[in-house]
Ligand binder design. Structure first.
Ligand code: ADP
Ligand code: MG
Length: 288
């Protein structure tokens, strides 16, 4: 396996909040959706990868290299899209580009200009006069114009209207036609990932809930529907989250095979959406 990103037992302690024992990896050529509700620790994880904050424990390898020891070498090959604008608002797109470009040995001006055209951006427009969606496109154009092998985006679609969101998702899908790149894409909007993600990593309260291919998640997880009398102290423990309706229950399992054996034909098992998995897990742990 050719991992372009490998995170092992990552920890960051902020006092009020601790990112604990996060481990996942991303193979070259795939998109990983990095999901979790607001405050889950997504940006913290990404900042640790980018070495913008210091980790307390664990290991981060990008292209097989430690991200601190080989910081410059590693960053040269990452296209990073921030979750907020970090540009000089008074400059135009082209002026800002002239500041960014020298940081990258492999900066490709033709490619940048092509993206600017494709994204419908005007190079002489000031950053401050761009809409949020346009700023995101500019950010994306810059991230894609230095032959990066790993693209990291922190909530690129949040706050965008559906039209811009779809455009961004289409761009990401096209990008991945290039099989050598990998994308780590954080979002709290799980439907973003139906289109583009191959792998999902889900964190909640600073802890890893699941990481794996979409297929493996589809095989393991299920929404179980059955009548109320099936629920007792023992059977409740089988579920990650339960919703009771009075007539019956709906619950999330992370082990469909086991639930089939336990309940046989007395329940209906349906395939959960990522949204279901996130909502049941978040609510389940809030009730615990
Ligand atoms: P997400 O990106 O998933 O919404 P964050 O990683 O931004 O979540 O934040 C996770 C938690 O860490 C939040 O409770 C936030 O308040 C806290 N946090 C983030 N940065 C700092 C910091 N520099 N100092 C203290 N707490 C922080
Ligand atoms: Mg965030």
């Amino acid at each position: 396996m050719d991992n372009i990103l490998e995170i092992r037992n990552l920890r960051k302690d902020f006092g009020e909040f601790t990112l604990k024992d996060i481990s996942f990896s991303l193979e070259r050529g795939y998109v990983m959706g990095f999901i979790g509700p607001n405050g889950a620790g997504k940006s913290t994880t990404i900042k640790l990868i980018m070495n913008l904050i210091r980790r307390d424990a664990g290991e981060i390898k990008v292209f097989g290299l430690d991200n601190r020891k080989y910081e410059l070498k590693v960053k040269e090959r990452i296209g990073f899209v921030y979750d907020e604008s970090h540009y000089y608002e008074e400059l135009t797109i082209n002026e800002m580009k002239r500041i960014i470009a020298p940081f990258y040995r492999q900066w490709d001006d033709n490619m940048f200009n092509r993206y600017i055209r494709e994204f419908g951006l005007q190079p002489d427009k000031k950053i401050k006069n761009l809409s949020k969606g346009m700023k995101m496109k500019f950010s994306l154009a810059a991230a894609l114009s230095h032959n990066a092998d790993l693209i990291i985006m922190d909530e690129p679609t949040s706050g965008l209207d559906p039209v811009f969101r779809n455009e961004i998702l289409d761009i990401m899908r096209d990008l991945l036609q290039d099989e050598n790149k990998g994308v780590l894409f954080s979002t709290h909007i799980t439907t973003d990932l139906d289109k583009v993600a191959d792998y999902i990593t889900f964190i909640h309260n600073g802890e890893l809930v699941l990481t794996g291919s979409k297929e493996s998640i589809n095989e393991k997880y299920g929404i179980v529907k059955g009548s109320q009398e099936l629920l007792d102290g023992d059977t409740r423990k089988e579920f990650l989250g339960i919703r009771e309706t009075g007539f019956g229950f709906e619950a999330l399992t992370g082990n469909v095979d086991r639930v089939r054996k336990l309940f046989a034909d007395s329940v209906i098992i349906e395939r959960p959406s990522l949204e279901d998995i996130m909502l049941y897990t978040v609510r389940g742990s809030a009730n615990a």
